[in-house]
Design a protein around this ligand. Structure first.
Ligand SMILES: Cc1cc2nc3c(=O)[nH]c(=O)nc-3n(C[C@H](O)[C@H](O)[C@H](O)COP(=O)(O)OP(=O)(O)OC[C@H]3O[C@@H](n4cnc5c(N)ncnc54)[C@H](O)[C@@H]3O)c2cc1C
Length: 384
């Protein structure tokens, strides 16, 4: 196993770090306050190749694969979770379904402009009655000539209100459920019958758009069925393997940022005549943060390498998502403790990271669901 960074990896990291330092971090507090991302920032991200970093060059991307994608997510997450999540929802769960199962024509028509950042993507699976049990979705797709007529709604869709293309999962045969009864569709958001409902107010990642989507007699031509009719649930689950891995990478970046700020604060702040860093309990907090980050980073890139080799990584991405996001929350909490009252004040980034961190244990499958995925796999195998 080779854990050496290549020249290419270093180049990606330097580029995204520079972008984060110059363009993202300075806007992060304002994005959180205004609850909106500037369009210009997404455009600049696209100009720097961020919207298609994992997508092959043949489809408009940079071709840096999952390792490149994870490096990008890590570096962006040092600066602003709202921006990182917008890019993630676009790329790892917006573009990836098309890369996995799209026809050549679909890839040229939709994936190329998405990878180049001309069109923003979203992934629409969750419904009011279908959260953890996503296969219980009620949105229907009824065949009518050369099209499907779609009726229903989705909730809490990241980028839903700003996307140009939505990957939509709907029931073509509700009786069959996830085995043959759910189909994926590529839906341009200017399709008649598509509308955006409530835009949610949230605790964290406030600059990330979270929307209700409504479909009324929306006709989607057969040419925009993604993969085979009835096999959409498989596409959704395979896509989430990538999404969960990316969330793990984001957790690594946010955690490194928290450790960096905590070290600075512990060295600068004096109490009882000495820097906080002289207190053993503070040293232990910093040590445990560093140790967990090392484990998180190791599992993220080991799994990204599996993905890039074309190996199955469902269990591994569930493990990455579960442990990295649990530890991210732990690390952000300890960072606030090291900062004391100052960490709680809104002029410091710690409280924003604290709020932004919490969603990661919930979306793309809660951490309870991740443990169900892992348990099923180990029980089936009977060993590690
Ligand atoms: C900000 C935000 C953005 C989102 N973005 C998207 C998006 O872009 N696209 C999309 O499709 N969805 C999106 N979602 C939806 C998200 O994926 C769901 O919220 C998540 O899957 C959990 O579903 P739920 O909230 O309905 O919780 P529920 O399913 O109601 O679960 C509630 C609690 O019960 C637990 N639970 C449920 N079933 C079990 C079980 N069998 N065993 C043990 N515990 C269980 C859960 O772990 C959780 O703790 C987003 C959600 C949020 C909040």
């Amino acid at each position: 196993m080779d854990f050496q960074w290549t020249e290419e990896h270093r180049m990606i990291r330097d580029m995204v770090k520079k972008f984060t330092d110059q363009e993202v971090r300075p806007l992060a507090a304002e994005i959180d306050k205004k609850k909106e991302l500037p369009q210009a920032l997404i455009r600049k991200g696209a100009d720097n190749g961020l919207t298609g970093i994992a997508i092959p060059e043949a489809y408009g991307g940079s071709g840096f694969g999952e390792i490149g994608y994870c490096i990008m997510m890590e570096e962006l997450s040092h600066g602003c979770a709202s921006f990182a999540i917008t890019i993630a929802a676009h790329q790892s769960i917006g573009c990836m379904p098309i890369l996995l199962d799209g026809t050549e024509e679909q890839k040229q028509q939709f994936l190329v402009p998405m990878a180049q950042g001309e069109k923003l993507g979203a992934f629409a699976l969750t419904e009011p009655g279908a959260g953890s049990d996503a296969s219980a979705l009620r949105t229907t797709a009824v065949e009518d000539g050369d099209a499907f007529v779609i009726n229903g709604s989705k909730i809490w869709i990241t980028n839903g209100g700003i996307a140009d293309v939505v990957i939509l999962y709907a029931a073509n045969d509700p009786a069959k459920g996830p085995r043959g009864g759910i189909t994926a569709f590529i839906v341009p958001t200017d399709t008649p019958g598509f509308s955006v409902g409530t835009i949610e107010e949230k605790m964290g990642i406030r600059g990330s758009n979270t929307a209700e989507l409504i479909f009324e007699e929306m006709r989607i031509p057969r040419s925009q069925v993604l993969g085979k009719v009835g096999e959409g649930f498989k596409n959704a689950m395979a896509t989430l393997d990538y999404g969960r891995l990316g969330l793990g990478a984001a957790a690594v970046g946010a955690s490194k940022e928290m450790l960096r700020l905590s070290i600075t604060h512990a060295n600068e702040r004096k109490q009882f005549g000495r820097p906080l860093a002289d207190q053993q309990i503070i040293q232990f907090y910093l040590a445990e943060m560093a140790a967990r980050i090392y484990a998180m980073e190791s599992m993220v890139y080991r799994t990204a390498a599996m993905a890039d080799r074309g190996e199955r990584f469902s269990r591994e991405s569930a493990m990455v998502k579960y442990l990295c996001t649990e530890w991210q929350d732990w690390i952000v909490d300890k960072a606030m403790q090291v900062h004391g009252g100052m960490g709680y004040m809104t002029h410091m980034p710690i409280e924003r990271f604290y709020r932004d961190s919490r969603i990661n244990r919930i979306f793309e499958g809660t951490n309870e669901i991740q443990r169900i995925v892992i348990a099923r796999d180990v029980l089936k195998k009977g060993e590690y």
